[in-house]
Design a protein around this ligand. Structure first.
Ligand SMILES: CC(C)(COP(=O)(O)OP(=O)(O)OC[C@H]1O[C@@H](n2cnc3c(N)ncnc32)[C@H](O)[C@@H]1OP(=O)(O)O)[C@@H](O)C(=O)NCCC(=O)NCCS
Length: 175
């Protein structure tokens, strides 16, 4: 159920912590992530995050992304802000830089959407992405996300202001 063509989604394991820290603390990865995660993230913080994961929560998931060919942990994705009344949730994803541009992110997002639409039975999935993140935008478009809104000059990165784009996909648009 949680397996695509290139990756599977699985529960996080304590042994993923050092790699997760390495991927998240890479400035190239971090510049694309939403604020809120301290930088640089300390091992203690990552352990606290890991220990805060709650398998009994109603719909908030954090999945580790594992490459099928060698079972290597390559990144993570998650479901946040689940709103059962309005039948929607937010998603997020990151991969370690060595694993970019190989199709893993698009495959992982397909698996995640399939889970949300066909198991959780939600109606809408949305995310926020910075306009400088062309790779992510392309990947989301390939999965079927469409632009719904734009927050102009919302984020300052590397000496420039960038727009923040809101993208979403409805269950009726998901094949
Ligand atoms: C965003 C992310 C999950 C995408 O996963 P990925 O495995 O790298 O993406 P994929 O290889 O599946 O697809 C990327 C697509 O973007 C294209 N692309 C790459 N760089 C690009 C650029 N500068 N401009 C336009 N398209 C670009 C690739 O060619 C590919 O399209 P194609 O398959 O049609 O050739 C991953 O790159 C990542 O984790 N980045 C850092 C963290 C991040 O940005 N998270 C998302 C925050 S919103």
């Amino acid at each position: 159920m949680l397996q695509g063509k290139l990756v599977r989604l699985r529960a996080y394991d304590r042994k993923d912590i050092p790699k997760a820290l390495e991927y998240i603390n890479d400035a190239e990865v971090r510049k694309f992530l939403m604020p809120g995660i301290p930088f640089p993230l300390r091992m203690e913080d990552e352990i606290k995050w890991y220990e805060s994961l709650n398998p009994f929560s109603k719909g908030e998931y954090s999945f580790a992304i594992e490459r099928l060919e060698d079972n290597e942990y390559i990144g993570g994705c998650g479901i946040n802000h689940v709103d059962w009344k309005n039948s929607r949730a937010e998603v997020g994803i990151f991969l370690g830089k060595p694993f970019w541009n190989e199709g893993y992110g698009t495959d992982a997002m397909k698996v995640l959407l399939n889970f949300i639409f066909n198991e959780m039975n939600l109606n809408k999935i949305y995310l926020n992405v910075y306009s400088l993140n062309k790779r992510a935008i392309k990947s989301y478009e390939k999965v079927g996300f469409k632009v719904e809104g734009l927050l102009k000059q919302h984020i300052y990165r590397e000496g420039l202001y960038h727009d923040e784009i809101i993208m979403a996909i409805l269950k009726s648009e998901w094949k």
